[in-house]
Write a protein that binds this ligand. Structure first.
Ligand code: 13P
Length: 251
């Protein structure tokens, strides 16, 4: 059975003390909430160790927002998958549209990153999604298929089973424009069909597919009610413990 998950992506927000407080507050709220889903926060590299010291990772999973596409060495400013894993983090977001758009990450780079994350025991939260022009010209199915195929579909079924997918339509990220629950379900079902064709029904049924893009307490319930929407990847609303818990409690 696949897991329902609500994951926060803090992006480039909060100082270390602010982040530690936010994580601590979420952890305390979860202790009293008995959530019906797994809950994860993905935080800036600088925050991983101090946040880890202030949360119980059995209650609140911890992840990074990126990792390097090389193992080690002369790559100034980069942080390797092994470094991330050594902080005690268990997850890493890869393929986020902001990384693709602003830092030129390609399918090939992402394939390297996914491989290194898995080698180091990290579970990738792998993002796919179309930009507005691709939604409007109808090419979005092809775009999403290519993103999955080019970076993930060379994995063994065993390794693919460790991946969490996230559908994040770029036009819905930080814009306040959520995909409707029907629009999300259409793509989630399409993704599950592609996974079925590649890896078979069981793997597809076990794959968690999150929705991301202006997800908030007021729309989470309707989105999560769809059969192929297994939770959310939350940006802005993950920066306030109450809002984030409102989404967690949508399950
Ligand atoms: P928002 O929830 O702020 O739209 O961001 C979504 C996102 O990019 C999560 O990775």
């Amino acid at each position: 059975m696949r897991k329902n998950i609500v994951a926060g992506n803090w992006k480039m927000n909060t100082t270390v003390p602010e982040g530690v407080k936010l994580a601590y507050d979420v952890n305390c709220a979860l202790k009293n909430a008995q959530p019906k889903c797994d809950v994860i926060i993905a935080v800036p590299f600088t925050h991983l160790v101090p946040v880890k010291m202030h949360i119980d990772t059995n209650i609140l999973g911890l992840g990074a927002e990126n990792c390097a596409d090389h193992t080690k060495g002369a790559f100034t400013g980069e942080v390797s998958a092994a470094m991330v894993a050594s902080t005690g983090a268990s997850y890493v977001i890869l393929g986020h549209s902001e990384r693709r758009q602003y830092y030129g990450e390609t399918a090939a780079t992402l394939k390297e990153k996914v491989g290194l994350a898995l080698e180091n025991g990290l579970k990738p939260i792998f993002c796919v999604g179309e930009v507005l022009a691709q939604r409007e010209d109808g090419s979005y199915f092809d775009v999403i298929k290519a993103q999955l195929t080019d970076s993930l579909f060379d994995l063994s079924a065993e390794d693919f089973g460790k991946i969490i997918l996230a559908y994040e339509p770029v036009w819905a990220i930080g814009t306040g424009k959520t995909a409707s629950a029907d629009q999300a379900e259409e793509i989630h079902a399409f993704i599950r069909k592609l996974v079925t064709e590649k890896y078979g029904k069981q793997v597809a049924e076990d794959t968690t597919i999150l929705y991301g893009g202006s997800c908030k307490p007021s729309n989470a319930k309707e989105l999560f009610a769809k059969p192929d929407v297994d939770g959310g990847l939350i940006g802005g609303a993950a920066l306030k413990a109450d809002d984030f818990m409102g989404i967690v409690n949508a399950f």
